[in-house]
Ligand binder design. Structure first.
Ligand SMILES: Cc1ncc(COP(=O)(O)O)c(C=O)c1O
Length: 370
């Protein structure tokens, strides 16, 4: 007889990691595998950040500061907000899961666009809430009007991913502002801004101006992408102190480890150099997009550190072949089929050399299968 699990377990969709099966990140580091599947930074953390991690390592016999006091206060200074509004977390994923735990339950609803971040379906599955998926509008952008219409008196949470993963598209600040103004005040809006630093249309901190008037708004940020710290798991939410207390009530204490706290504090000191790396990613965006167009493929209008390519009319037939060809050339990308977009590919920008290899291998593969 085998042990019994709870009934919701069967409905929880798993998360498919970007590193190929059977490989650990350590195996891959130093190999010439181009990891373009997880929207990470291709660059290691800044040397000062690595030194801060090494310096903190000697105190690992102690639990970390459960309040992440220094990190909260530096983030407060950085964004000009009260540290009581900031909730550091074990990656921004932790906030998403904790928000589901704190806000959702059977009989309630969570609204989100689809395709969007592949974690969102887990929130309904884990809490027993009903998920309401709203199809993207033309141009693979969130359909904010349709999302507003989907809100009912059962809705507790609305998720907006901007720029959107996997489609890379961005909604300008004015549209977000008008959306937030029209969501009922008792419905929490999580604005997932994991890639906000890569968009060039608005001030990346524009949405902070909405927090004062909208206690139901939560901004979600991460050090995983623009700050090259995906391996340490550190992100944060900025919302009301009540939201912060709700998240704290349902998650384990000490969730942000001491190395992550030290690294994030140090990374914040070097904002200008982090922005240099972001500028390089944006240059790669222009090069990859031009290369994709030269191959004859179309992509969504990207404001992120990745592209969302359509493989054309026969996309659904050739997708697996193209992914396999790229893998044989040592390049890992995400098949759109796994992300809600069959016939598409999501590719993160790598180094110049990796992106050149990707474009050459993509061009050859598309030629072969067209
Ligand atoms: C839209 C979006 N939100 C959140 C996350 C989670 O990031 P973190 O590493 O901070 O958990 C990701 C990671 O890919 C993402 O794409």
């Amino acid at each position: 007889m085998s042990v019994k699990f709870n009934s919701k377990l069967a409905s929880i969709p798993g998360y498919t990691p970007g590193v190929p099966k059977g490989h650990s990140a350590e195996d891959v580091a130093g190999s010439d595998l181009a990891q373009l599947a997880s929207n990470e930074s291709p660059y290691p953390p800044l040397p000062e950040v690595v030194e801060a991690i090494a310096a903190a390592a000697g105190s690992m016999n102690r639990y970390p500061d459960p309040e992440a006091t220094l990190l909260r206060s530096r983030l407060g200074e950085r964004h000009g907000v009260d540290p009581a509004r900031i909730t550091p977390a074990n990656g921004s994923c932790e906030i998403l899961l904790a928000a589901a735990d704190a806000l959702l339950e059977p009989g309630t609803e969570v609204v989100y666009a689809w395709p969007a971040f592949s974690m969102y379906p887990m929130l309904a599955a884990m809490s027993g809430a009903k998920e309401v998926r709203v199809a993207l509008a033309d141009g693979e952008k969130h359909d904010l009007e349709a999302m507003l219409e989907s809100i009912t008196d059962k809705t507790r949470l609305v998720l907006v991913c901007n720029p959107n993963n996997p489609t890379s598209t961005y909604l300008p600040f004015e549209q977000i502002k008008s959306f937030v103004e029209r969501v009922p005040e008792d419905v929490t809006v999580i604005l997932d801004e994991a890639y906000i630093e890569f968009q060039t249309a608005d001030d990346p901190d524009a949405t902070f101006s909405l927090l004062e008037r909208h206690e139901n708004l939560v901004l979600l940020r991460t050090f995983s992408k623009s700050h090259s710290l995906a391996g340490l798991r550190v992100g944060y939410a900025v919302g009301s102190p009540e939201f912060s207390a709700g998240v704290d009530a349902v998650r384990q204490p000490f969730s942000v480890n001491a190395l992550a706290q030290a690294a994030a504090v140090e990374a914040l000191i070097h904002g200008e150099r982090v922005r240099d790396q972001i500028r390089i990613a944006i240059q790669e965006r222009e090069r990859v997009e031009a290369g994709v167009t030269a191959i004859g493929l179309e992509s969504a209008d990207t404001q992120a550190n990745f592209s969302w390519l359509s493989l054309g009319e026969r996309g659904e037939q050739i997708e697996d072949h193209v992914v396999a060809d790229l893998a044989s050339a040592g390049i890992v990308v995400r098949p759109g089929r796994l992300l809600g977009g069959p016939g598409r590919l999501r590719v993160s920008y790598g180094t110049i050399e990796e992106d050149d290899r990707f474009l050459a291998a993509l061009g050859e593969s598309v030629d072969r299968h067209s």
